[in-house]
Write a protein that binds this ligand. Sequence first.
Ligand code: ZN
Length: 262
Amino acid sequence: MAQRLTTEQIERYSRQIMVPDLGGKAQMRLCQSRVLIIGAGGLGSPAALYLAAAGIGTLAIVDADKVELSNLQRQILHATADIGRPKVESAKTSLTALNPDVEVIVHPVRFDENNAEEIAQGFNFIVDGSDNFDTKFLVNDVAIRLDIAFSHAGIVRLQGQTMTVLPRKTACYRCLFQAPPPPEEILNCQQAGILGAVAGTLGTIQATEAVKYLAGFEEGLLTDRLLTYDAKTMKFHSVEVTRNLQCIACGNAGTPMVPAGV
Ligand SMILES: [Zn+2]
């Protein structure tokens, strides 16, 4: 592993290296970091683009889907010519074109309980850009078991929410919502709609949190708070979330486990 930045890297990342809270040392850390992105969709697209641009050393992307015409309104990793291609392949093309320094690993599979631990092992941060509750709870539980910090986000219509979790240090997604809602209460993008730029705002916040965490920010992360965004009124709110010591994922009661059926 290189111990110093090359002249080209110093130029490429100069505008963030000159930020006093970052600097060359933080950039080195970013270049040596490994981030796993679940989903190459509305959240994963902006997150992956900003993380690649910022020089994260390794990005892994998990997504089983192929690019469809109706994805392009928000999933900005993919272009019209990519319709029909696996999303992870299209994502790799875009990210490598943006920054050839980044190693992009692709998993053209659905992130599920059979492969989750193997895929997530060895990563420094996870961006959860999934579009369903089962995967969001699975990401939470696996990240806690493997002790990997992660960013949760959810979006629907003109609203979004996001929170960063440091396993067993700050409130997790299950401390907030114990289990997925019943299917009849769930609205997804396909049924409810989503404005592309709302997904962009939330995915970009997730990338910001990843960079802050990996650069070594000890304070100021979006932990123990759920940030909500309403684009219709253009209001952000931050709701305090308390860690539940009885939480089945991150609590003190015994070995964390994934409940059956999740
Ligand atoms: Zn918890």
